[in-house]
Design a protein around this ligand. Structure first.
Ligand code: BGC
Length: 264
């Protein structure tokens, strides 16, 4: 489905990023596996992807650091020649009630989750614009998927920095989509709900915690990274060529106000 396309996935050595990088490789894309810590895990992902007969390499870069992001794109262009797909996935949480939240916690989350997406989108866009559409490769001049969250619309007490960053991602994505649409570039977001990854381990690791979490999910199952990876893969393919500026919620219904199933 993505044969001949070159993809970069940030934060690709764990969780949703890992599953997405592997899925894009399985669909035929060559993949850059970005990571910031955990080189071994990243090399492992690279090996898995190469097993599909496509190219892959690991690239260390902190997405919140402009110089490192510029360096990463330079390396990708050198090794792969171009970029067709950016999955701006890298993200983290630093949770605290508002009165205890330090400005460092605030900045860290905004820097990685929001500024990181801006920097990567900016660099990818430069190459999309330079190259334009190559019809044998894809109908569009480039695809960007911003990894968002149900918390781009659901307020989340104790996670002010995170919710604000994802609210920001929504507007980042929509504004980019509006600005870049005329150039044949498609920008969209995927908004996962509760997915079983290291970021939210405490929410599912005990049976009690998982039962509590399931009350927030009408479909009554915690998601897997592969649920998100599949959504991203289809979204960046030409099957979805007319989808521009949209958020695809992949959340088992978490955004359906499950409290109202009985209340209200
Ligand atoms: C957060 C997880 C949380 C999920 C649903 C995600 O964006 O990173 O920690 O479980 O949203 O609330």
């Amino acid at each position: 489905m993505l044969r001949g396309q070159k993809a970069l996935v940030t934060g690709a050595n764990s969780g949703i990023g890992l599953a997405t990088a592997v899925a894009l490789g399985r669909a035929g894309a060559d993949v850059v596996v970005n990571y910031v810590f955990g080189q071994e895990a990243a090399e492992d992902v690279v090996r898995q992807i190469r097993g599909f007969g496509v190219r892959a390499f690991a690239c260390e870069a902190d997405v919140s650091d402009e110089r490192q992001v510029v360096g990463m794109f330079a390396r990708m262009l050198e090794e792969f020649g171009t970029i067709d797909i950016l999955v701006a996935n890298a993200g983290l949480q630093r949770d605290a009630p508002v009165t205890e939240m330090t400005v460092e916690q605030w900045h860290k989350v905004i820097d990685v989750n929001l500024t990181g997406q801006f920097l990567c989108a900016r660099e990818a866009t430069k190459e999309f614009l330079r190259r334009g559409v190559v019809p044998e490769v894809s109908r569009s001049a480039g695809k960007i998927v911003c990894m968002s969250s149900v918390h781009q619309i659901i307020p989340w007490s104790g996670h002010l920095n995170y919710a604000a960053s994802k609210g920001g991602v929504l507007m980042l994505m929509q504004t980019l989509a509006q600005e870049l649409g005329p150039h044949g570039i498609r920008v969209n977001a995927v908004a996962p709900g509760a997915i079983r990854t290291p970021i939210n381990r405490s929410a599912w690791e005990t049976p009690e915690a998982e039962a509590e979490l399931l009350r927030l999910i009408p479909y009554r199952r915690v998601g897997d990274p592969d649920d998100i990876a599949a959504a991203v893969t289809v979204l960046v393919s030409d099957l979805m060529d007319y989808v521009v500026g949209t958020t695809l919620f992949v959340d088992g219904g978490m955004t359906l106000f499950p409290g109202f199933a009985t209340g209200g």
